[in-house]
Design a protein around this ligand. Structure first.
Ligand code: SF4
Length: 449
């Protein structure tokens, strides 16, 4: 749906104060950073106090039920500010707007614009339209090709940056609405990725986290490959860790494992969301691979790199999940020994094939299964963490009492609690591990690296 026309170029300086709330995953955060870049380039002043903002932009998430609720609560909270403070316009962007712009625009008339995920470049024009009293609703599908944005204002700490290498998804996991929201898979040209990595390195970034809905599909729509991209990124001077998130299990090749294992700058860390490990549930999820293949993959990874930190995520309570199927998942988690694991309760998303699968699993059962799987994983991760006691590790200090090792991706994993750190946040230090809990390590600083 599209209403009110958005100017193709914006020549007039936008002398207005804009505040942003960014919700959802790191991929969405990169979009938010690019939105801020586009608005600052158009003359906007970016403010952190929403009460000062004349325009409030909410970059929403619409992935699962809890994320939608958080997005809606935030919209309602910002509308209240519009009534009370400096705010003249509230703009809702991102995944929730992409998915539900039509319904939301009817139900929340106080919002001045609902714009989908493909509107970053058009945002300055949209801001101007709303300030001129127009309402904009535009959730047209994102472009088929990669669209490059130069401007970006990073919202992460100075030492860490997300680097998007692709967008969209061509997998058709039966529970997932992402392909409908973010569009078809498209790879970013490697020259642009390497150029941005060089800029980040020049800015002093020590950790670059590669993101996209499915990193292992990188290059399938162009003539490039993730392995050669990683080799090029590993040559960029400066960063200490280049970290990979979101790898599809059946597309992790021996070449990919080899490049992670052998390139010193590629963090020995891989995030492989498996989602389940019972073969029948995997079939219903329309996921490729089987429990045996996943165990074989983990063996290959560990044979090539015994210290590789492995992260995964699992979904419990998928429609029709029997007690036996769930128990097979628990057995798998015990055997697979992941360093890190996130567990999600299945969320029924309309328009996805899984929404019609019966029987549905009740909320109490889903919660019980989630808690049980988490407890199982906590036993595993405590053992894995205790294996580090006495070892020396590099830690990226983020505060004077904590940092992260190569095993800890920002926001989703644990931390290393530091004793004796006297330097400044952002420094890399060498530390000896003295204790461990289910999620975190405790370490004494030995030296700055
Ligand atoms: S790989 Fe599956 S779960 Fe992940 S974004 Fe694509 S469709 Fe969704």
């Amino acid at each position: 749906m599209r209403s009110a026309s958005v100017p193709a170029t914006e020549e007039q300086e936008l002398m207005t104060k804009v505040g942003i709330v960014s919700l959802g995953c790191p991929k969405n955060l990169v979009d938010s950073e690019q939105m801020l870049g586009a608005l600052a380039q158009a003359g906007c002043e970016i403010v952190s106090d929403k009460r000062e903002a004349e325009v409030i932009l909410i970059n929403t998430c619409g992935f699962i039920e809890s994320a939608k609720e958080e997005s809606l609560d935030t919209i309602l909270e910002m509308i209240r500010l519009k009534g009370a403070g400096a705010c003249k316009s509230v703009i809702v962007a991102g995944c929730l707007a992409q998915r539900y712009a039509d319904e939301l625009s009817r139900e929340i008339p106080e919002v001045d614009a609902f714009v989908g995920v493909g509107q970053i470049a058009a945002l300055p024009g949209i801001v101007q339209l709303t300030l001129d009293g127009h309402r904009v609703v535009d959730n047209s599908r994102p472009a088929r090709q990669w669209v490059e944005f130069e401007a970006r204002i990073r919202a992460t700490p100075p030492w860490t940056a997300y680097l998007k290498i692709s967008d969209g998804c061509d997998n058709r996991c039966s529970y997932c609405a992402i392909p409908e929201i973010r569009g078809l898979f498209r790879s970013r040209p490697s020259d642009r990725i390497v150029a941005e990595a060089e800029i980040l390195a020049a800015e002093g970034v020590k950790e670059i986290v590669l993101v996209g809905q499915d990193l292992t599909r990188y290059g399938s729509d162009t003539h490039e490959s993730l392995v050669s991209l990683l080799r090029r990124l590993a040559r960029v001077e400066g960063p200490t860790w280049i970290r990979l998130m979101y790898c599809y299990p059946t597309r992790i090749s021996d070449d990919l494992i080899e490049v992670i294992a052998s390139e010193p700058k590629i963090a020995k860390y891989i995030d492989v969301p498996l989602q389940h490990a019972d073969d029948d549930v995997l079939r219903r999820m329309n996921r490729l691979g089987s429990s045996d293949e996943y165990l074989a993959l983990l063996r290959r990874i560990r044979a090539a790199c015994p210290d590789m930190a492995l992260r995964t995520s699992m979904i419990v309570g998928f429609p029709g999940e029997t007690l036996e199927e769930f128990e097979r998942l628990v057995d798998f988690v015990r055997e697979a020994r992941f360093d890190r694991m996130g567990v999600f309760e299945y969320s029924r998303e309309e328009g996805t094939p899984a929404a019609d699968i019966a029987p549905r699993i009740g909320a109490a059962t889903k919660r019980r299964r989630r808690d049980r799987l988490m407890r199982e994983q906590q036993r595993v991760s405590l053992e894995m963490n205790k294996g580090f006691i006495g070892r020396e590790i590099d830690v990226l200090a983020e505060r004077n009492d904590r940092g992260r090792s190569y095993r800890d991706a920002p926001d989703v994993d644990g931390v290393v609690l530091l004793n004796g750190f006297k330097g400044a946040p952002g420094e890399m230090v060498r530390a000896r591990v003295t204790d461990a809990t289910e999620y975190d390590l405790v370490a004494n600083v030995i030296d700055e690296v």
